[in-house]
Design a protein. Structure first.
Length: 246
């Protein structure tokens, strides 16, 4: 099974949503390298197909990563394409409940996540940040890159999102990349993924977050969770990435 091809198709589909996707990944890894050095133990939270972990290991070959997610289809791709890599552990757990911390052991030097936590309700995100602090070593760092609008630019943010949508729809119309729905339709029809996608459809039937916090709200949550240094380390229009040092 060519799991690597599924990974490529996933990356292309995601890049249509986020043309600056590699920039945000690079910002997260810059923080990890600066704070943790060449051999960090990383928790790739809501890992999907383990896109962050791949880039981490390419940059820091002596790193190790625990990839955690609930999605059975994306985890199957992650596990298949990373099979045999002793630096990687695949874990299935639900970030919607505090019990996810029972699925991991030991402390981490860094926790990384990107374009995922907006699926959770805002109140759950607030509580989750405290749980993340509990699995980080003192001095460890948590980074999240996601939709985080600047609260001072509400109208501009709306227009920027409209512009991105127009450009994205043009790519879909030209047949240059699969849309989100088309990618999942392809996965549903693939024998190697059909059962996992069917399970996923049940899990995520009504799970999308009710609101997406603005950047300043994320920083407030982090300070309340006990993180020390807290701030944005990257911004791409209506998206941003923060770093929070425990």
């Amino acid at each position: 099974m060519d799991w690597g091809q599924w990974q490529v198709l996933w990356d292309r589909q995601q890049e249509a949503f986020m043309p600056d996707r590699e920039e945000r990944f690079a910002a997260l890894l810059d923080v990890v390298e600066a704070v943790c050095g060449p051999k960090p133990r990383v928790l790739d939270l809501a890992c999907g197909t383990a896109s962050i972990t791949r880039r981490l290991l390419d940059r820091l070959p002596d790193a190790s990563s625990v990839c955690l997610d609930l999605d059975p289809a994306l985890l199957r791709i992650a596990g298949g394409s990373l099979e045999g890599d002793e630096r990687v552990q695949i874990v299935r757990a639900d970030l919607g409940t505090p019990a996810w911390t029972d699925a991991v052991t030991g402390e981490f030097d860094a926790v990384l996540t990107a374009t995922a936590l907006h699926w959770l309700p805002a109140e759950r995100i607030r509580v989750l940040y405290g749980e993340i602090a509990s699995v980080l070593r003192p001095g460890g760092v948590f980074c999240n890159a996601d939709h985080m609008a600047d609260p001072g630019l509400p109208e501009l943010t709306r227009r920027l999102e409209e512009l991105r949508k127009v450009r994205r729809e043009a790519e879909y119309a030209a047949g240059e990349v699969l849309s989100w729905s088309a990618w999942w339709d392809a996965a549903r029809s693939a024998p190697e993924l059909a059962d996992a996608v069917a399970e996923r459809d049940t899990i995520y039937a009504e799970s999308h977050g009710d609101s997406v916090p603005v950047s300043t709200t994320h920083l407030e949550y982090l300070r309340a969770a006990g993180f020390g240094e807290v701030g944005l380390v990257w911004r791409g229009l209506a998206d941003a990435a923060f770093a929070a040092v425990r």
